[in-house]
Design a protein around this ligand. Structure first.
Ligand code: FAD
Ligand code: NA7
Length: 486
């Protein structure tokens, strides 16, 4: 460990990746400091230590998703015999939900601070930037600067939601940075963007009882299997989410009765409507601009302001990057955490293990969830050719759907395999209850080179929805009906 510098590792960004790397490094004996600073959103929302996932991402999202599922469960409970007086008047108290969610987040912020203290990681609440390749300056809330030197520097500053470049967007719109702590109920809401975040927000807002519309510029869930993505959208539409396809917002204006939105429809005509809330979920911008990377000689990809690192190492050998800031890597918390930990082990424990960015499972927490791991059907077709892959698929009926007569027509799954002797499984896709829980285990199986014969030789757990992935036998090629025959 170096005496020349104040720290062995300075981390810029106290989110999923930065904190994981910092704690791991400190556990291995390194002297570590973390700079974390949250610039308030244009609406003025700010939050504590821990980054996007804890404060304005995975955690509040999952809690609101759960709140929406519980609302649905109340009605199912009645079908199962629970006596619920006056069920028609069951409704969400947005303030109570938002306060409960924020209280949980504050407790996590607190635990995170204590954890850093216990692990002897210095937390510096300042907006960090490079003064030179080994020196970081950090502007604190009072405007003063804290300057430190470090042998190694890790960039883990993540991203923030983008706003479209149209009149009134920033003044009158909100983003995922604001929705989870909104003091007033969102009311009739327009969500612009049909990616992962747009669909998830639309799902829980509709589930909580708010009139919700998604404005789709081109396709649903770009990058995901498109058959699955369209099933998700159809299912949400059936639940009452409105979709405006092939539309682009043009103007967002505050009026007496709400927020007026003008958009251009697929025929080029201007349409308008008034909403209580307009939420932009059009992707995230990497926070490299504030870092003065030029002072350290770190190169950014001009297209997306992200950093192209090899094994998390930037073009400057002692400067590293993990998490959402990395070019063409999945923007997911466990990806940032895993890469951060492995990096610290390589830096401070002579490990040679590198991060494998393939076969990373994910789940879209839409009302009926969609979990997947490996290749989509489209990607498999491109990489291996249609003749060399087999798609097994099935619709299925979750047992718990029968009594409340829940619609099961969108419960669908797909297993993508190679067609050679081994029949290696290269993709698994599952739409249904608890999809994340279902896919997590199969992700390990895929990592262990799962083949279709091994999948078929696995004995299921009955009655679950996950067992349907093991029962699957109909190929798309056979053109047999994948609907359950019973
Ligand atoms: P972040 O967690 O964003 O942390 C970066 C930190 O650095 C922030 O605190 C930031 O304020 C700070 N910072 C920025 N610039 C500076 C600077 N110059 N100086 C000091 N500090 C700075 N992922 C999942 O795996 N599952 C999910 O279900 C999921 N849901 C999501 C839902 C939403 C609504 C959103 C927005 C994201 C979701 N994600 C989810 C993605 C996940 O949150 C991110 O992939 C993850 O947080 C990235 O971690 P990170 O360490 O790269 O950055
Ligand atoms: P994504 O997944 O990049 O999705 C962005 C969506 O917004 C997508 O549907 C885009 O449509 C749409 N978009 C992009 N720009 C615009 C403009 N200017 N106007 C209208 N619509 C637009 O971002 P998310 O924020 O959902 O998620 C980011 C990551 O965070 C995600 O991967 C998770 O891991 C966590 P397009 O398909 O480009 O036409």
């Amino acid at each position: 460990l170096s005496k020349q510098y104040m720290y062995d590792l300075v981390v810029l960004g106290g989110g999923s990746g930065g904190l994981a790397a910092a704690k791991q490094a400190a556990e291995l004996g390194a002297r570590v400091a973390v700079f974390d600073y949250v610039t308030p959103s244009p609406k003025g929302t700010k939050w504590g230590l821990g980054g996007t996932c804890v404060n304005v991402g995975c955690i509040p999202k999952k809690l609101m998703h759960q709140a929406a599922l519980l609302g649905e469960a109340v009605h199912e409970a009645a079908a199962f015999g629970w006596v619920i007086p006056d069920i028609k008047s069951v409704q969400i108290n947005w303030e109570a939900l938002s306060v409960a969610v924020q209280n949980h987040i504050k407790s996590v912020n607190w635990v995170t601070r204590v954890d850093l203290k216990n692990k002897k990681v210095e937390y510096i609440n300042a907006l960090g930037y490079f003064k030179d390749p080994h020196t970081i300056g950090g502007i604190m809330k009072n405007g003063e600067e804290n300057v430190v030197t470090a042998k190694n520097i890790l960039i883990a500053v993540g991203g923030r939601p983008k706003y479209p470049d149209i009149p009134g967007a920033i003044e009158n719109g909100i983003t995922s940075d604001d929705i989870f702590s909104l003091s007033q109920p969102p009311g009739k809401t327009l969500i612009v963007g049909a990616g992962y975040i747009g669909l998830e927000c639309a799902g829980f807002l509709n589930g909580l009882g708010y009139n919700t519309t998604v404005m789709v510029r081109s396709i649903i869930l770009r990058g995901f299997d498109q058959q699955m993505a369209n099933i998700i959208a159809e299912e949400m539409e059936q639940r009452g989410v409105h979709f405006i396809y092939q539309a682009k917002p043009k103007l967002i204006k505050k009026e007496a009765d709400g927020i007026l939105v003008h958009w251009v429809d697929k025929l080029g005509q201007v349409q308008k409507d008034v909403y209580d809330t307009v939420l932009f979920a059009i992707g995230r911008r990497a926070l490299t601009k504030d870092l003065k990377l030029e002072n350290a000689g770190v190169i950014c990809i001009p297209d997306d302001d992200k950093i192209d690192a090899v094994d998390e190492q930037t073009n400057v050998p002692h400067i590293y990057a993990v998490g959402d800031i990395l070019h063409k890597k999945p923007e997911l918390t466990p990806v940032a955490i895993h890469a951060g930990k492995l990096l610290s082990k390589r830096l401070f424990a002579n490990s040679s293990e590198t991060m494998d960015y393939t076969n990373i499972a994910t789940t879209v927490f839409s009302p009926l969830e969609y979990g997947c791991v490996g290749l989509s059907e489209e990607q498999a077709n491109i990489i291996y050719g249609e003749d060399n892959i087999e798609i097994y698929h099935a619709y299925y009926k979750p047992t718990e759907f029968f009594i409340p007569q829940k619609d099961n027509s969108h419960c669908y799954l797909k297993v993508v395999t190679l067609r050679n002797n081994d029949q290696k499984v290269i993709g698994m896709h599952f739409i249904g209850p608890n999809a994340g829980e279902v896919i997590q285990g199969f992700a390990t199986a895929i990592k262990s080179n799962l083949t279709f014969p091994i999948l078929k030789s696995t004995v299921g757990i009955h009655p679950t929805s996950a067992e349907e992935l093991i029962r699957v036998f109909i190929t798309k090629r056979s053109k047999m009906d994948p609907k359950p025959q019973s």
